[in-house]
Design a protein. Structure first.
Length: 358
């Protein structure tokens, strides 16, 4: 399977929250999935398949490149209520590109505080607010318009799904630093309250077989050295441990995961879409994952009285993103992206000359 192939290669990183888990569950339990598809909240496909999603006018070559990929937006919601997937800040934002020919999957995360055009007439703000203002359709539009993408599909989830999955897998082993231990219990208390689970507090650093509440709380720790960028590394580690456990689970456990997790997600994918993904699951090859804007092209500070991350030149980030997701050399950005890039420079005063390396 893809995860095994990646493991043999030794240094492949495991992707960010949930998408690889979804594919893994489908691949291992496809016979069960056929019976259980009705449990998924398929949302309103018109939200992302129809006129409500904005896209830029891409030049013919760029549009042709993206037609060779299946592109799915993944949103992890940091709501203070469980199962409310229509609105909320999307603190995990991932763009997944699946090469239809090679079956390679690449993942690009967009940092939640990135200062972008939210579309929908809501102006510039942290990009995670797009989902809160207009749900998945506006969040997909935000990605399309700011990054010259052609996305029509999404998967949304909250941390309740992650907590349930970890518990069903029997926990995940993670080493906690003293600094992390100093801040984790506040998250544990909140996650336990929201999910209705026991608040298993942690006192001091060390190696723990973390419960769902503990692992989800660990992935949410932000206020340590490295801030939000370090948090995404913790998220990667939690998923890596989940994949390791899932690969050694029996079909009974996988069946329980399907029964529990599928009702806890929202997606534009139809049953047929998911089965088509499942059909090729054993052919997937997990490629590299990365966060954008990259270190050399980001600046952090206050714009419009908000603590944000700024692309020093959005045009550069879009070129780097297209190179990463689609192997496009010397991508030519659309006039729409150039205009947004110019407006970000005007509003923030940040350029490639005076920013970067945050």
């Amino acid at each position: 399977m893809a995860a095994k192939k990646k493991k043999k290669k030794g240094k492949r990183k495991v992707v960010l929250l949930f998408f690889e888990i979804l594919l893994l569950l489908i691949a291992l339990a496809v016979l069960f999935v056929v019976q259980k598809m009705s449990k998924i909240d398929s949302g309103n496909k018109q939200d992302v398949k129809g006129m409500n999603v904005e896209k830029n006018d891409l030049h013919e070559a760029a549009a042709g490149v993206q037609e060779a990929y299946r592109i799915i937006a993944l949103f992890g919601l940091d709501n203070r209520s469980v199962g409310k997937l229509d609105r909320g800040n999307s603190d995990v934002i991932i763009i997944a590109s699946i090469n239809e020919e090679t079956k390679e999957v690449r993942m690009a995360s967009i940092y939640r505080d990135t200062y972008l055009d939210l579309t929908g007439g809501d102006g510039f703000n942290k990009c995670n607010a797009a989902y809160a203002y207009g749900g998945p359709s506006q969040a997909v539009s935000m990605l399309n318009v700011n990054f010259d993408l052609d996305i029509d599909e999404y998967i949304s989830f909250d941390f309740n799904a992650v907590a349930d999955a970890v518990d069903l897998l029997g926990g995940v082993e993670i080493e906690l630093t003293e600094e992390e231990a100093g801040g984790i219990n506040g998250y544990i208390e909140e996650v336990a309250e929201l999910t209705g689970k026991e608040p298993d507090y942690i006192y001091g650093g060390g190696v723990y077989n973390m419960s769902g509440v503990q692992a989800t709380s660990y992935a949410r720790i932000r206020f340590t050295k490295g801030d939000d960028f370090k948090r995404t590394e913790r998220q990667r580690l939690v998923i890596e441990k989940m994949v390791e456990k899932a690969l050694h689970s029996d079909l009974g456990t996988i069946n329980k995961l399907v029964d529990t997790i599928f009702p806890e997600i929202k997606t534009s994918l139809t049953n047929t879409d998911i089965l088509m993904l499942a059909k090729d699951a054993f052919s997937y090859q997990m490629g590299e994952n990365a966060g954008f804007p990259i270190l050399e092209n980001r600046w952090a500070g206050y714009v419009d009285d908000k603590d944000v991350v700024v692309c020093c030149e959005l045009t550069d980030t879009v070129k780097q993103l297209h190179q990463f997701l689609f192997d496009e050399e010397d991508y030519e950005v659309s006039p729409s992206v150039q205009e947004i890039s110019n407006r970000i420079v005007e509003r923030s005063g940040v350029t490639r000359e005076n920013g970067g390396n945050y």
